[in-house]
Ligand binder design. Structure first.
Ligand code: NAP
Length: 274
């Protein structure tokens, strides 16, 4: 039972698809009621159905976290719908994209401010806003846990994704500071750092040629699924992790351990080499 979150009131941001959707469903499956957010209500329809099918109440909330002030509005809406807040899984995040909106891997020397500002806006400013807005509600909970979806890119060198990696490292830094600052309020704060997960965000990296190269660095040699990541968020939200705060939990198929070329798998040349 210690792994369950029965009766918890949870907000999962970026829950329309991918990792966030899987986390919302896993939390509902473990007993939580879940507010879910994305930039449009329509995008949340499937998640809302899946959360309800898993046995939880679902509260859809719409917010574009690239806009200043949106985080506060989102948390207020979620708290109103849930009647309070025990668990925050702040998962919404972006990577640099091209004109078509497709994820873009670009060496720093060829990147521009368009590869940086939108990523910093959502991944750093959006994260800070949501955490700041959640704090007064989390302190009222007897089981408060905040989980920020960072990335293994925040703990290892990730060439070509510098803006993304920098913002993911910033999230871990904020988590560590808040874990100390908020411990006396009874609020735990942790980061979850997945490796390469098959989602829309990594769509272009799953293409033939690129995928082989990427996975050659992963000891487990495969893409992770959203359903493998989601239970770890439930763990960090649950009483099973009551002594864990300020931690960056890496779930990456071993890529961060093998970085430096010791994964033991043959390595094709980088498709991004100049
Ligand atoms: N996929 C990976 O390999 C991987 C690995 C490590 C960490 N992560 C992290 O995990 C999180 C989810 O990634 P994913 O791969 O599941 O991504 P995804 O499939 O692209 O989903 C991103 C989610 O964030 C929401 N979102 C995007 N921009 C937003 C904005 N401006 N305001 C509010 N919500 C916004 C999206 O909602 P709408 O577009 O519907 O508004 C969607 O629900 C991200 O923080 C990512 O950095 C991913």
């Amino acid at each position: 039972m210690v792994f369950r979150v029965d009766g918890a009131r949870a907000l999962v941001t970026g829950a329309s698809r991918g990792i966030g959707k899987a986390v919302a469903v896993a939390l509902a499956d473990a007993g939580a009621d879940v507010a879910v957010s994305a930039r449009t209500g329509e995008a949340l329809n499937d998640t809302v159905k899946a959360v309800r099918a898993a046995g939880g109440s679902a509260v859809p909330c719409v917010a574009d976290l690239s806009h200043e002030g949106a985080g506060a509005g989102l948390v207020a809406e979620a708290v109103e719908g849930l009647g309070g807040l025990d668990v925050l899984v702040h998962n919404a995040g972006v990577i640099a994209v091209d004109e078509q909106g497709t994820s873009r891997v670009v060496p720093l020397e060829h990147s521009g401010s368009g590869d940086w500002r939108p990523v910093v806006d959502v991944n750093v400013h959006g994260t800070v806003e949501v955490l700041r807005a959640a704090h007064p509600f989390l302190v009222k909970s007897q089981r408060a846990s905040a989980v920020v979806m960072s990335s293994v890119a925040g703990v290892m060198g990730t060439p070509g994704m510098e803006s993304y990696a920098a913002t993911k490292a910033a999230q871990i830094s904020v988590v560590r500071s808040l874990a100390v600052a908020w411990a006396s309020d009874g609020v735990r704060v942790n980061a979850l750092c997945p490796g390469w997960v098959a989602t829309d965000m990594t769509g272009p990296m799953q293409a033939a040629g690129v995928s082989d190269w990427l996975l050659s660095h992963v000891p487990q040699g495969r893409w992770l699924s959203c359903e493998e990541v989601a239970p770890l968020a439930v763990f960090l939200a649950s009483g099973a992790s009551s002594a864990v705060t300020g931690h960056a939990l890496v779930a990456d198929g071993g890529v961060s351990i093998a970085e430096g070329g010791l994964s033991g798998r043959p390595k094709p040349a980088s498709p991004f080499a100049a």
